[in-house]
Design a protein around this ligand. Sequence first.
Ligand SMILES: NC(=O)c1ccc[n+]([C@@H]2O[C@H](COP(=O)([O-])OP(=O)(O)OC[C@H]3O[C@@H](n4cnc5c(N)ncnc54)[C@H](OP(=O)(O)O)[C@@H]3O)[C@@H](O)[C@H]2O)c1
Length: 346
Amino acid sequence: MRDSYKKPVLKSLYFNQEVDRIPSLKGKTIAITGTTSGTGFIAAKIVAEKGARTLLLNRKTNRSNKSYDLLKEHYPKANIVNIECDLQSFKSVKKAAKTITDLCNDGLDVLCNNAGVMALKDQATIDGFDIQMQTNHLSHFLLTKELLPLLETAAEKRGEARIVNHTSISRYGVKNLESKYFEKRGGILGGNGSNILNKILLGMILINPRWYRYSQTKLANAAFTACLHEKLQAKNSKIKALIAHPGLAMTDLQDTTIKDGGMGAFMTGKMMGGGQTMEDGAIGIIKCIGDSDAMSGDFYGPGSGKMDMKGPVVKFGLEEFYDNRKTKDLLWTKSCEAIELDFKIE
Ligand SMILES: NC(=O)c1ccc[n+]([C@@H]2O[C@H](COP(=O)([O-])OP(=O)(O)OC[C@H]3O[C@@H](n4cnc5c(N)ncnc54)[C@H](OP(=O)(O)O)[C@@H]3O)[C@@H](O)[C@H]2O)c1
């Protein structure tokens, strides 16, 4: 099986003008997960370029060392810190949060929960959870809980702070969040399915267990944002909760899935021809991080903001299919149970 695909030639259409609109971020400290490639790498680059102290939260790998070196090469004077954070391990996430707490007496202005994996095999993490749910949502839930005091400090001192989550069009792939995906059932959540992305595209997202699990995680990202927005607004907090989706962006995400057997190389090449560059895909999170007009509860994504895979980024609101009592309660209760901590915002 091929482990990569023929990359189509795509051009960034909106990136430069959107980045020009982001003001200076001097004086801010901004943490981003998953900056070794893709949208996280691009966001880190812009945040460093705009003058923020940039905290890179990654697994300790050659990829994290290389991406750190590359950023330092681009911006030798920038204050960039590489912090080990493996989202497959709650222990590692807690350690990263402690390092950040020790480093940021003056608060944390933005936490961008960007990292993610897509349609991986049915595997358990060291903590027993589905590898996709722990990486994409549960560890970000824990990280946010641990860093909330620092975000509060920044908000009090500098007037606002932000929590930014990254979802996907795949949030539409399931109707509801289901409790079992938040439980210690990694490895027994439907198996690996067959590689039918070669045959059908969107139809398979609904039926293949790998993609079903991915959709659960991306719906969880959206529901988490809706919960944060509601809880922070209720206590008149100056912390904003925001969310973005990147459309279909040519990053390393698809390569990782191909290597794991979740998509076929040929059809991925065809599909990516209808996508956009990773720079254009990163605009949503960059606007959530730095756009002066961004408000709590805003959702940024390409096109009409719904099913669009590419196009200019527009601002729209949280959607009813996850911004409802039942979904929000399930998300919060099950996530607290998973991290074995009560996350109170009151
Ligand atoms: N690209 C798209 O079309 C698309 C569409 C919808 C949503 N998204 C979302 O966009 C976000 C960014 O993905 P991307 O497209 O930029 O893909 P990417 O290039 O593969 O980047 C993913 C990042 O997540 C990191 N990561 C994975 N597992 C991790 C772990 N256990 N601990 C810490 N970091 C980990 C990766 O680091 P390593 O080097 O350690 O693997 C990498 O830095 C994801 O949340 C994804 O769901 C992307």
